[in-house]
Design a binder for this molecule. Structure first.
Ligand SMILES: NC(=O)c1ccc[n+]([C@@H]2O[C@H](COP(=O)([O-])OP(=O)(O)OC[C@H]3O[C@@H](n4cnc5c(N)ncnc54)[C@H](O)[C@@H]3O)[C@@H](O)[C@H]2O)c1
Length: 410
């Protein structure tokens, strides 16, 4: 195995600032006072602890596949992985009465990376907010302080026909959505329920961003765009919202640090439209928490299935959180119908950006492409002439590809 240089804090790889999307070539700017250079292959043992959070619905099915893929890949690449499985979401609510037990957060913080399945389900839909599975997920993201969410939306040549858009519109789409994850209206205060001056019942939330929150996500986005096509589109609603006006001002100010990146601004309503009209115009997009939530789901549909898309959530230090962008799909849970590939690709992101194990990440990505090339499809990406398989069989086919197909670059 060729030696690869990694940026390390002491024993194990930690990100110095932020990480890159697949194929971005993004290299974070290290802080020399905190970082030493080391080589993955020069370490006699590369040992990592991964916290697995299967969660609810299809979560356990897809995490089981991803764990097997991680295990095999690690053993083939000389990596020693240990796993600790913890409860989060609805399953944790049922077990402990809270959706993010303290032990789960504490274990997650102590590990090298966290892989999450999905949370939520009909059973808990009517619960009060503090007793909802989703509350645990928001607490987990906040607890790990992962403020940057990178969501690639790439139309794979093998799946171009699965897109709901015309082939000529979808072909070649390769977008990276950089979403701010720990601020904005999902966390802003005041929030709650009350009564207005007319005695009418109201619910209210606050969209609020501090300058530093915008600056740090802006830098992640500029660094990402710099290593891709050098184009960054910042999405806001600066014609209406003060928080967006500040967003635009700070993003524009940070752009002076990146003269090589072409910055544009777009209102969110237009961005939603342009994503389905002419998605190829976008390279890297940066936006706030709520707009990013919606736009990245929209971008995902261009690629054919929400079941194919991974994500990485990263902070300035500490373990990253890696998860598919889809939810717990309660409509197909327990039926062996889930597409595990978004979680498998999230595991690849975990290896690359969470552990600095680039070659192992490439091995998984190559295996996924090989499995698709061999014609295997779960229901969500099925088209005539391909082989329909369930979640488990898809996982077994990926394992075969991990074993047999070593990417040329290795
Ligand atoms: N990060 C998360 O854990 C997360 C994200 C979104 C929604 N949720 C929760 O998930 C639950 C269901 O939400 P939803 O229905 O809006 O979104 P969803 O993503 O779970 O499902 C939307 C549709 O996509 C399908 N789908 C999703 N993932 C799939 C996969 N891997 N393979 C095949 N098909 C897949 C589902 O069957 C469904 O038809 C809710 O409780 C919601 O709060 C959790």
């Amino acid at each position: 195995m060729a030696a690869t240089l990694q940026l390390c804090y002491g024993k194990t790889f930690k990100r110095p600032f932020a990480v890159a999307p697949p194929n971005s070539g993004y290299s974070p700017k290290p802080n020399p006072s905190r970082i030493i250079m080391c080589s993955a292959s020069s370490q006699s043992k590369r040992r990592y602890t991964i916290t697995l959070l299967p969660g609810d619905g299809i979560g356990p099915e897809i995490i089981s596949v991803a764990k097997n893929v991680l295990n095999l890949t690690a053993s083939l690449q000389g990596i020693d992985l240990s796993f600790q499985e913890m409860a989060v979401g609805g399953v944790a609510l049922d077990l402990t009465g809270v959706s993010l037990p303290e032990e789960t957060l504490s274990m997650a913080k102590q590990s090298d990376a966290v892989l999450l399945g999905a949370i939520g389900g009909y059973k808990w839909d009517a619960n009060e907010k503090h007793l909802k599975p989703e509350t645990g997920l928001l607490q987990l993201r906040a607890g790990l302080n992962v403020f940057a969410n990178l969501r690639p939306a790439t139309v794979l040549p093998q799946l171009v026909d699965a897109s709901t858009l015309k082939k000529e519109v979808a072909e070649g789409v390769d977008i990276m959505v950089v979403r701010e994850l720990t601020g904005g209206i999902y966390f802003g205060k005041p929030r709650g329920f009350g009564t207005d001056e007319n005695g009418e019942e109201i619910g209210f939330n606050t969209e609020v961003y501090a300058g530093y929150e915008i600056d740090r996500i802006a830098r992640v986005a500029f660094e990402t765009a710099r290593k891709r096509q050098g184009k960054l589109c910042s999405v806001d609603k600066a014609n209406v919202l003060e928080a967006s006006m500040l967003w635009r001002k700070r993003i524009t100010a940070i752009s002076s640090e990146y003269p090589d990146v072409e910055l544009s601004h777009m209102y969110v309503d237009n961005a939603a439209m342009q994503l389905v009209r002419y998605p190829k115009q976008f390279d890297t997009m940066v936006t706030n928490n709520i707009f990013g939530d919606i736009l990245s789901d929209e971008a995902s549909m261009i690629t054919g299935s929400i079941g194919m898309l991974p994500s990485a959530s990263l902070g300035e230090s500490g373990p990253g959180l890696f998860e598919p962008i889809h939810g717990s799909a309660p409509d197909i849970a327990g039926q062996d119908k889930a597409n595990p590939l978004a979680t498998v690709l999230s595991a690849a992101m975990l290896l690359r950006y969470g552990l600095g194990e680039e070659e192992a990440a490439k091995r998984i990505e190559a295996a996924v492409l090989d499995t698709l090339d061999r014609g295997f499809r779960t229901g969500d990406i099925y088209s005539s002439g391909t082989k329909l398989v369930g979640c488990k069989e898809m996982g077994e086919e990926v394992l075969k590809s991990v074993e047999s197909r070593v990417p040329a670059a290795l």
